[in-house]
Design a protein around this ligand. Structure first.
Ligand code: ASP
Length: 449
């Protein structure tokens, strides 16, 4: 059995959905299909998920969202007409949206998630209906009925372990199963979504649950590339990656897969195949447990901004037992995840994502560290970007860091921090955000040209 996931651009129009259905029906193993909400059809289009967020926010502000609701319904109407599905499904979608609003809006995050999830949910119903209209045995699967239970962290949910056993039963159902991505239900029965782009995670969970032979993730590019094609003209395509490599690249900015996608399939060793809906003949990129090292030390280079660093200095820090734990427990109490913690003898820096801390929180954290740990100095650095050079081929390969730092130096990029994990699968450079593009281009030219 293959689990397939189709992203927003694959769902953006009737034409795209026809391509998707051709792909599904061309292989009888493609039986469990996850769909996103319709994404951008044209460059200046708005994704249905963004339209729904706008609808929800407008409603919360003004208690009215007629215009926004009509815009979403028109989008589905255009698709339904292109698939010759008639008006009934459009009416159903309109009623579905209205019911979601009527279910209550006291709890804003809950309301926004319920509305956001309508994009995927209605898209799945529509695709199932289209396949049936073509004579296939297809059905929409509701995540609650199937037992996809998530933590009640609205907009950022995580899978609850019992879901896997529940979802494994999908294997026994007949025909093509169309499953909406991006959301599940809390144990108290509320709709909860993953973070944005989370349909990738749904696909991975289902692939792990049914122990699929492969998780095919259909998107709009032929493969994963060694660097961002928006920065590098015609970058090298990557035919095979390991989970670790993809995880690092996704973490550092490759947007082809949601950063949290790989955990469920990784545990079961299920291969992931990134493929192109617009070019299904292309083999795409395989993501697997191990691979032969045939392509030099690096597989790819990724980078992203939006980080800050808290720099702590205390003379004789290395002799103070529990210093690091105390710093981290302050972050834990403030519910802020830490990303990295490079250290010297008397220094520790803690790198955080800016989006998780507002200025009040950061001041409080700094004050608590300064006071509770009696540090000599504590400063904060803004506008930090992280660039990662990633590749299994780096293991025991001498000189990669030297080549990378020389390339950065020659391009005038100052390195604020370096970090290499013991797995030797990546080296991370902390640099100024303004240097991010220059750094990626310099590293690409050094390792791939
Ligand atoms: N539709 C959701 C989003 O735009 C989830 C997804 O497409 O994966 O974030």
């Amino acid at each position: 059995m293959k689990v397939c996931k189709f992203g927003g651009t694959s769902m953006a129009s009737a034409e795209q959905i026809k391509k998707v259905c051709d792909i599904i029906t061309s292989d009888p193993e493609r039986r469990l299909v996850v769909v996103s909400a319709p994404g951008n059809e044209f460059e200046d289009d708005i994704k249905v998920t963004d339209m729904l967020i706008n609808l929800a926010e407008t409603f919360l502000r003004t208690r009215n969202c007629e215009k926004e609701l009509n815009a979403v319904v028109s989008r589905y109407r255009r698709i339904a007409e292109g698939l010759s599905l008639g008006n009934e499904i459009v009416k159903d979608i309109e009623n579905n949206l209205k019911t979601r609003i009527m279910l209550g809006y006291d709890h804003e995050a809950k309301f926004i998630d319920r509305m956001k999830a309508a994009g995927e949910d209605n898209c799945a119903r529509l695709v199932a209906k289209y396949l049936k209209s073509l004579g296939y045995n297809a059905q929409y699967i509701n995540p609650k009925d199937a037992g996809l239970f998530l933590s009640d962290e609205y907009g950022n949910a995580r899978i609850l372990p019992q879901s896997f056993k529940n979802l494994s039963k999908l294997r026994d159902l007949d025909g093509i199963l169309i499953f909406p991505g991006f959301f599940g239900y809390s144990l108290s029965g509320e709709v909860v979504t993953f973070s944005r782009g989370g349909s990738d995670i749904t696909g991975s969970i289902l692939a792990a649950a049914v122990e699929a032979d492969v998780y095919e993730n259909f998107t709009d590019v032929n493969s994963v590339f060694a660097a961002n094609p928006k920065l590098i003209h015609n970058p090298k395509a990557i035919p095979v990656l390991t989970y670790r490599e993809m995880r690092e690249l996704a973490y550092a900015g490759f947007s082809v897969l949601h950063e949290e996608t790989l955990a469920p399939v990784f545990k079961k060793g299920i291969p992931v195949n990134i493929r192109n809906t617009n070019n299904p003949g292309s083999a795409g990129t395989m993501i697997v447990t191990t691979r032969e090292i045939t392509n030099g030390p690096l597989s790819g280079i990724a980078g992203s901004g939006g980080f800050i660093t808290i720099n702590i200095h205390k003379y004789m820090m290395n002799r103070e037992i529990g210093f690091g734990r105390k710093v981290l427990s302050i972050l834990e109490e403030e519910t802020v995840p830490f990303e990295h913690m490079p250290s010297g003898i008397d220094d520790i820096s803690v790198i955080l994502r800016q989006k998780y801390v507002d200025s009040d929180k950061i001041s409080r954290i700094m004050e608590r560290i300064a006071h509770n740990l009696a540090v000599d100095s504590i400063t904060i650095g803004y506008d930090l970007a992280l660039v990662m050079v990633v590749g299994e081929g780096m293991l025991r390969n001498i000189g990669v860091a030297g080549r990378a730092t020389t390339a950065l130096a020659k391009s005038g990029v100052n390195i604020r921090m370096i970090n290499q994990g013991s797995s030797e699968v990546s080296i991370m450079f902390g640099i100024d955000e303004k240097d991010l593009d220059t750094a990626i281009i310099a590293l690409y030219n050094e390792f791939f040209k």
